[in-house]
Design a protein around this ligand. Sequence first.
Ligand SMILES: O=C(O)C(=O)Cc1ccccc1
Length: 277
Amino acid sequence: MKRIGYLGPPGTFSEEAARRHRGNGEGELVACASLEEVFARLETGLLEEGVVPVENSSEGAVSVVLDMLAAHPELTVRGEVVMQVVHSLLVPPGVKLEMVEKVLSHPQAFAQCRTFLRQKLAGVELQECASTAAAAALAARCRRPWAALAPLSAASRYNLQVLIPAANDCPHNKTRFWALGRKRVLSPVPPCKTSLIFGVRHRPGALYRVLREFAIREINLTRIESRPSKKGLGDYIFFLDFEGAAGDPVVKEMLDVLTEEHTTTLRVLGSYHVEQE
Ligand SMILES: O=C(O)C(=O)Cc1ccccc1
């Protein structure tokens, strides 16, 4: 059976995303201790797929994931899951808001609840954990008035009480997850998106020339992101998503033009089915 890794322990947003990615198909969900571990296990073949967060509607790119993806040329994007992310403030039974001494969570959750924390828990210590569910598990076993920002569903799993059901600052907080793997999806079911990583030469209009190829073919871009190439200050690689599949004749022809004329490197991360929003 296919093994699908995610940032564990059970009860994380990533687990929910991995479950949705699996759908009604077969697959064993495997909890990993960190995102690095998901990538390491994909590399060694211990996992066939790994579901990782790539982008949040309020915090932007999950840069550590983009950087690890750039460093693993064997990996492809096989699918996408977009999830509504609601952070709940969970506490051991009997703990009231004014008793809370420490809040535990994943750094992304702290960032998405910044205003809430400042207004309702000003001055309370924050402790970063490997994931939201790791935070819930620690709050449950520490025997201290410590709270966790975690998915609502983590409350029953870890015997915690829900103090505040929705603590995120933006009500429309969404996170995009990618399912990564080593095998490409060859004929993804439409509607599809395709994701690329590319580099350009340092010259006037270099990025414009790339984007122009999309514009003249009326290909809709859905995201562009730059990350340092790590080769030196001022040197970047670009992550770009667009609507369509790499196998579509127009897209195929455009990718050839980009490779031959406008980029220094171009890697097609993959084409994958997307849910219509
Ligand atoms: O810690 C989790 O639950 C994760 O899956 C990582 C995460 C944290 C906050 C928002 C989205 C994903």
